[in-house]
Design a binder for this molecule. Structure first.
Ligand code: NAP
Ligand code: MG
Length: 400
């Protein structure tokens, strides 16, 4: 069978530990036999990041700006223990943070829904995609312990030196205070990423904040979304038959629990952090969550939502068998290949991505799965496969 040709390279960002092991098997068994794969390869493995003073991460993000589509393996975000383990020159920042800052994107996470792995919420029939604003608010706050009586104020000093003040609280005794911020530019690109992704995936978009209480801060988010929607997206949404809908966060939470899924839920930074953990665990497993960074300029970076599965890697290094779930990493590849096919007008490549996803889901539905899924499946008579054999079982279905 001739392999499917590609015209533009994918930006391939290799990573660390168990996911790096899976990465190679996925390429060898599920992609290279079928696709004449063109990638521009960047090794974001921690050792190579250290050797290049993290330049490789910056280069890979620039390549994504050049070509438009990247696929990324999970990477280690170094902490003190990793600095020692890898004998690092520096505690390098999170590659995801660096890439996100350079591409100015929003992260969309969606569960992979498959027969046999049922969501805890019984009316959820379709995936709920969570869009989390990745800048500011409590993640860039300034906090203060207030030791005793006194006045806390917010002070804005304009460029010309004029001041504006607002009283936070007149303290009669000890307490706490915090200041936080966001930027219109960041909220605008968050909004555009959400509208673009809703159009690209033909799903309704929900957005919610606490604007009834936060009449300036949260209200600004609501207003910016509304202005951009009216000016740039209303007609496109009408044409696509999808809806943008704003509501209060409490109302959104109540509606989400009763909905059947199949929409995008845009959240402010903190709400997105908390709600994405709720949605992903209610859908079954972190190993079944896809993640895509979408920039308002139309760059896409696909990855799995989970990390490098360190515990399994140490077993692997000791020569022990592992049963690590490769589904989210496979879906990172299919997402990227499909998007490349769409941009370059290669229908065979898009069809291949569909087939590989179907072969993966069929394998699980046939009762062949990794241990994490075997623990939660409603299917009877399941076969627990090791990391490699699960991928080989998918290949068998793919060849059929
Ligand atoms: P993790 O790699 O997501 O793994 C946490 C646990 O979740 C695993 O020990 C495993 O549970 C289960 N798990 C996650 N993915 C799985 C899979 N594909 N198949 C089966 N089980 C899976 O998180 P972590 O251990 O906290 O972090 C490890 C490293 O990943 C860290 O260095 C962190 O910096 C990095 N990280 C990277 C990213 C990214 O690049 N996007 C994201 C998060 C974390 P059991 O051990 O119980 O089997
Ligand atoms: Mg969280």
């Amino acid at each position: 069978m001739p392999r499917i040709p590609m015209t533009t390279p994918l930006v391939e960002m290799d990573g660390d530990e168990m996911t790096r092991v899976l990465w190679q098997i996925i390429k060898d068994e599920l992609i290279l036999p079928f696709v004449d794969l063109k990638t521009e390869y960047y090794d974001l493995g921690l050792k190579h990041r250290d050797e290049t003073n993290d330049q490789v991460t910056v280069d890979s993000a620039n390549a994504t700006k050049k070509y438009g589509v990247a696929v990324k393996c999970a990477t280690i975000t170094p902490n003190a223990q990793r600095v020692e383990e890898y004998n690092l020159h520096k505690m390098w920042p999170s590659p995801n943070g660096t890439i996100r800052a350079m591409l100015d994107g929003t992260v969309f996470r969606a569960p992979i829904v498959v027969k046999g792995i049922e969501p805890c919420v019984k009316n959820w029939k379709k995936p709920i995609t969570l869009a989390r604003h990745a800048y500011g608010d409590v993640y860039k706050n300034t906090e203060m312990i207030i030791p005793g009586p006194g006045k806390v104020e917010l002070v804005y000093t304009a460029a010309d030196g004029t001041e504006e003040r607002a009283l936070v609280h007149e303290f009669k005794g000890p307490g706490v205070a915090q200041g936080m911020h966001n930027l219109n530019a960041s909220i605008e690109s968050f909004a555009r990423s959400c509208f673009e992704y809703a159009l690209a995936t033909k799903q309704d978009l929900w957005f919610a904040t606490k604007d009834t209480i936060s009449k300036k801060y949260d209200h600004t988010f609501k207003d910016i979304f509304a202005e951009i929607f009216e000016a740039e997206y209303k007609q496109k949404f009408d044409a696509a038959g999808i809806e943008y809908f704003y509501t209060l966060i409490d109302d959104a939470v109540a509606r989400v629990m009763k909905a059947e899924g199949g929409f995008i839920w845009a959240c402010k930074n903190y709400d997105g952090d908390v709600m994405s953990d709720m949605v992903s665990s209610a859908f079954g497993s972190l190993a079944m969550m896809t993640s895509v960074l979408v920039s308002p300029h139309g760059y896409y970076e696909y990855e799995a939502a989970h990390g490098t599965v360190q515990r399994h890697y140490y077993k692997h290094l000791k020569g022990e068998e592992t049963s690590t779930n490769s589904v989210a990493t496979i879906f990172a590849w299919t997402g990227a290949l499909r998007k490349r096919g769409e941009l370059d007008n290669i229908p065979e490549l898009m069809a291949f991505a569909d087939k590989l996803e179907k072969a993966t889901l069929d394998t699980i539905a046939q009762g062949k799965m990794t241990k994490d899924l075997a623990l939660i499946t409603t299917l009877k008579d399941v076969t627990v496969l090791n990391s490699r054999d699960f991928i080989l079982a998918i290949r068998e279905n793919l060849e059929k």
